[in-house]
Design a protein around this ligand. Sequence first.
Ligand code: ADP
Length: 578
Amino acid sequence: MKRVVIALLVALLAAPLLWGVWQWSYSEALDQLEVRGRGNLSLASDRLVSQFARYRQLPVVLSDNPVLRDAVVRDPEESFQDINIFLEHAADVTGALDILLLDRSGTTLAAANWRDEGFIGMNFAERSDFVRAMNGALGFYHSQENADDPRGFYFTTALRDDEGSITGGISVKVDLEVLEVQWRGDPEIIFFTDANGVIFIANRHSLLLRVYGNFDGLLADEKESGRYVRDRLKSMFSFTADEKFGRTRWMQSGEHEIPQRALYLKTPLPVIGMTGNILLDLKPVEEQARLRTALAAAALVMLWLLIMNLLQRRRTLADRLEIEEKATAELEMRVAERTAQLQSANEHLVQAGKLAALGQMSAGISHELNQPLAAIQSYAENAVILLERDRGADASKNLGQISSLAGRMGRIIRNLRAFARKEGEPATRVDLVKVVEDTLELAGIRLREKHVVVHWKKPAAPVFVNGGGVRLQQVVLNLISNATDAMEGQDDPQIWIDISRNSAVYLQVRDNGPGLIDKDKIFEPFYTTKPVGEGDGMGLGLSISYGIVQSFGGQIVGENHRNGGAVFRIELTPAEAV
Ligand code: ADP
């Protein structure tokens, strides 16, 4: 939709531009055409006038002829046959259509066409050429007397006697058709009109004897301008003339010899009393204007396409950047979300694992506490009896036993309290040896119950690592419990625990159980091979341990030992001894 509107807008802007280009091209081509047309018209006019020149001289030359000068003053009753023969000969030689000898009153005395009826005795008194000749000037006139006559152009001059007074006239008639024949092939349409607007001379036959406007009411007097056979006059084929760029455009349809649209130019020719006209076909002008406009339009379209292409490229680039940005932002957001989710899930799991371990242990612990409690009771009772019997030394041994049992009970309870506390503090400096010691103490009852032999290679000095005491204890307890579970019902169950260090500190817990079934899965939450529902098979222990160790910047791996059994290795970063 937006594109359509833009395209329309551009078209709206382009339209006046193209219109301007068209106008400019048209007027420029018209200028050239006009220059050429004016040249051709003046050439054609010159040609006509020079063709006439020879005939114009003829009556002047003849007027000096003594034979004619004498003849004009002859008695009109006498024969003029010798003069007829003379004129006929003169016409043949010069190519004139007719040569007439007129008396002072304008009546024809002799004629080259004496053989044709009606010429001798014809009176020219009223015709403008004779009137002019009698006034001493060269007269001219054009006429077509009869429908079948050729169109003639007359030049008339006076005859004088020796005193110089006018005695008569000589008139030479020129056949216009003979002149026209020579320029019929001209590409431009040229015609000559008289004062009445009648086309009397033309290089196209169809134009001859056509009249502008209403030819019933001719503008000028026939005697003045020329004579026509009225029936032969035709109206101009329908045309309209309009003004374009200050020039007259001629438009017509129907006449195939004449262009449909033409530039119309004219020039006055007073020497022969006519106007020269030329019609120049406008088709090449229109074609040139069209071509230039089309070129301009093509250029505009090209420009438009170029701009569109550039814009499109910029847009796709921007789009791509935006998409990429969006994708990156979304990805980052999802990573952050997922991290937060995992963190909270991990925290929950750690706590759940603790509670599970707590539940698991509480039975054993109450059992463990009951045992020393019972022992303490019997030791105390014995001590009472021993004191009554005055066996102080034995009694004090019993009291020592009581004290040691109470100490042990205290430790168990302390561990339990520490274990149940949710530990969120950052890693601190912890003695890994003490962690193992405390864990063994916690697991002691169960290990003894299951007859597990523990090989604990206790280092002589504390080994400090980065970590949290209770959390590490949870990890180690989990490893010992898992080993114990795995070796359930097995002869000779054994666990090896040792600590080693180089740049890192390693704690290794190994058993001689059946080993790991699928060592790639053991750290996955809820992966367990233990029967579900017995309270111990949650599949969370190792995954929680994994998270704990990692939170201290360490690592935990589990695999099968080459001599059988599973081995877990915890790698921790050492903490400097203070
Ligand atoms: P759970 O103890 O609840 O099954 P854990 O994550 O602690 O969950 O252990 C996952 C699984 O790893 C156990 O079910 C067991 O199949 C395997 N596993 C762990 N420790 C040992 C071991 N020492 N020997 C054999 N298999 C073990």
